[in-house]
Design a protein around this ligand. Sequence first.
Ligand code: FAD
Length: 468
Amino acid sequence: GQGDIHAEVVVLGSGPGGYTAAFRAADLGKKVVLIERYPSLGGVCLNVGCIPSKALLHVAKVITEAEEMSAHGVTFGKPKIDLDEIRAFKDDVVGKLTGGLEGLAKGRKVTTVQGVGKFTGPNMIEVTGDDGSGTVSFDQCIIAAGSEPVDLPFIPHDDPRVIDSTGALELADIPGRMLVLGGGIIGLEMACVYDALGSKITVVELMDQIIPGADKDIVKPLMTRIKDRYENIFLKTKVTAVEAQDDGLKVTFEDDKGEKFSDTFDKVLVAVGRKPNGKLIDAEKAGVAVDDRGFIAVDRQMKTGVGHIFAIGDVVGQPMLAHKAVHEGKVAAEVASGEKRFFDAKLIPSVAYTDPEVAWCGLTETEAKKQGVTYEKGVFPRAASGRALSLGRSEGVTKLLFDPENDRVIGACIVGVNAGDLIAEAALAIEMGADATDLGHTIHPHPTLSETVNFAAEMFEGTITDLM
Ligand code: FAD
């Protein structure tokens, strides 16, 4: 066991929020202990989230691009898929990054302790299991316990044919027919991977559109493409039962008119959301309030109701995204180290790394309408982008929202290849209070997809009116 140790700052959980907070606090001179229940650092993001999914999405992209090149005069043979090799590639990427974290922790003299940490009092955490057993007393604590997939009560989760995102990333096999339950970002990214590998995909979503957080017009190019590739996409439909049978999983659906129908799948991927881990750490023993769903409320300095205990990342609320956790981790560590700092980001960008990608930040049109915010927009379609056409991918659009009072950018939505990278420019524009002229007069390299941001601003300004 680890025995009994003391930390000036203890961080509970080593995901992107936790390791960022631990490293920042150590850099600012604090004696830091980082507690993690799993042998590998990095949390969901590095081990079973952002990173492995992107490695598999890259594989998917290469496969589909090769397929589609036949329309442009280059025909490849049917791809030979070696699942073990693909898995090894993904695991190698993950291993490099999690191994790198170990080095970064050592370099900063951050003590890592393996085991499950639970509060026993306002200045004490007890660690059990995996040889980190002992207690950690602390002056200040940063809770970064993250989240896990939501289970549904009417689904036989113990059947190996029912998987969550972690199971999907394990790449056990390529199912013949797969149902993706939930048309959000995580479900659609995994659908993209398994579609490319050869599974027949059905997606079922309760709302009237996929990726419910994004504007409908922005989701449309993705919808058009996957409608073509996938077996079925059921919107406004819920799953009411999943029965394990010898020949597959029999799924009963119910549409918005109450009509029931059923179908049988080889695998069902449940991707209906994530729940915070706030209830698993005995927070009440430290006096920290956890709500019914497991979220921990914090103020703008990331402080819980208990002044020396902070919380960050997925456990404090939506959006559950790694870059949000990282940003909050820095704020918490800096406040804990005596700096004057608070969370004042104007926006948190969202990206679905589907094919095509869907990205948005700041106000969406749907939110602007709901909140009664007046806005004007500049919209540039990819069909008029030389670079998009030369990639053989003319679908997509860049839409910028402006405040009509001062022409400042207040929102951006982009759909198309590489939208996730392009949204960063719009995020910077909004953070800096840039207006349409700033974006329109900035010379963008030609021919790049980044020009679509420039052109959307010019469309709003009226400095380009006709599209070539
Ligand atoms: P987590 O990463 O959840 O880490 C929490 C850590 O705390 C875990 O390692 C856990 O083991 C540990 N822990 C919890 N309780 C205890 C305890 N009692 N004792 C010890 N240790 C404990 N986000 C993006 O921004 N971009 C993406 O592309 C993206 N892709 C994703 C793909 C998938 C399939 C999934 C599932 C998620 C994805 N996310 C993505 C979300 C992202 O992974 C999370 O937002 C992020 O990991 C949250 O970081 P965190 O630090 O709050 O917590």
